[in-house]
Design a protein around this ligand. Structure first.
Ligand code: NAD
Length: 281
């Protein structure tokens, strides 16, 4: 079984991106800039944002964090997004989710200029991705996609099962696999026989949020299994895949932690650079 080393793959991607940023600096005399808006005090959000800043700096991007208290008015955030949309030194804008209840997530996502939407959540980017046009692609599914392609460069005709249909993970993952000519089944909480669906798959991507949902006998021999889940349990952080059982059957499997997670941030940096490049055309 191939243990997919997301840390290593993310490091390799960051090295490529660092070189790209240095070339862009030479060509345009400036570097892509990422601005993150962090609202409130949630510990996981603070950790994610800190890591985003660390790796953005590492590859040479300009990185800013704008922090607001939990009680900030929605209008202040919308005005700030408007200002960042107009600021040519800002290539990418990310508003860290989740947001406090009084702030409308849809309004915030739609306020970001789609050309600076490094999360790929704006409806224009969602539409472009599903139409097969160029777009920002949500970072976690893009990371999964790159890991799958490393193992199996030609996905044409493969049967893929995506477990979970969130806008963040499952739906964009489905689009990326469709684009590669996979036959894709998207499953969710109302799916009748998840085990039977998984057993047909050459590729499984699990993005559910249920610890170790995908069991060893749900996976046929030689399946590539990508585990997006991050679940806190008594025995520590585990994924949505029962790692020990599934590793006996799978052709390749991502660990949790150290699989998809590191790729997510590397893909955010890639999206920032791609937004910068598109803005230079
Ligand atoms: P979500 O809660 O938005 O969506 C979960 C999906 O799972 C839903 O579509 C639901 O229908 C489906 N589901 C629920 N129960 C199911 C069941 N019994 N069988 C099949 N499907 C079922 O979750 P999300 O935001 O997509 O996140 C999923 C997991 O991925 C979480 O553990 C989250 O922490 C993790 N995550 C990891 C990263 C990363 O970088 N590795 C990024 C984002 C999210």
């Amino acid at each position: 079984m191939i243990l997919i080393d997301g840390k290593k793959e993310a490091e390799l991607l960051r090295q490529e991106l660092k070189k790209e940023v240095s070339d862009l600096k030479e060509k345009y005399n400036r570097v892509p800039g990422l601005t993150v808006i962090l609202i409130g005090d949630l510990a996981p959000s603070k950790i994610y944002v800190r890591n985003k800043e660390k790796f953005a700096n590492e590859v040479g991007l300009k990185s800013d964090i704008i922090r607001y208290s939990e009680s900030i008015e929605e209008k202040v955030v919308l005005d700030k997004i408007d200002e960042l949309n107009k600021n040519a030194t800002v290539s990418g804008i990310l508003v860290q989710l989740p947001l406090p209840k009084h702030i409308d997530k849809k309004k915030i996502i739609e306020a970001i200029n789609p050309l600076k939407d490094v999360d790929g959540f704006h409806p224009m980017n969602v539409g472009n991705l599903s139409s097969g046009y160029e777009s920002s692609i949500p970072c976690t599914p893009m990371g999964c996609y790159l890991l799958i392609k490393k193992i199996e460069p030609n996905l044409s005709g493969k049967k893929a099962v995506v477990v979970g249909r969130s806008n963040l993970n499952g739906k964009p993952m489905t689009q990326l696999l469709l684009k590669e000519n996979c036959t894709v089944t998207i499953t969710h909480s109302k799916t009748k026989d998840l085990k039977a669906e998984c057993l047909k798959a050459d590729i499984i991507v699990a993005a559910v949020g249920i610890p170790e949902l995908v069991k060893g006998d749900w996976v046929k021999k030689d399946t590539i299994v990508i585990d997006v889940g991050i679940n806190k349990t008594d025995k520590g952080i585990v994924g949505d895949v029962a790692f020990d059982e599934v590793s006996k059957n799978a052709k390749a499997l991502t660990p949790v932690p150290g699989g998809v997670g590191p790729m997510t941030i590397a893909c955010l940096l890639k999206n920032t650079i791609d937004c910068f490049k598109r803005s230079q055309i």
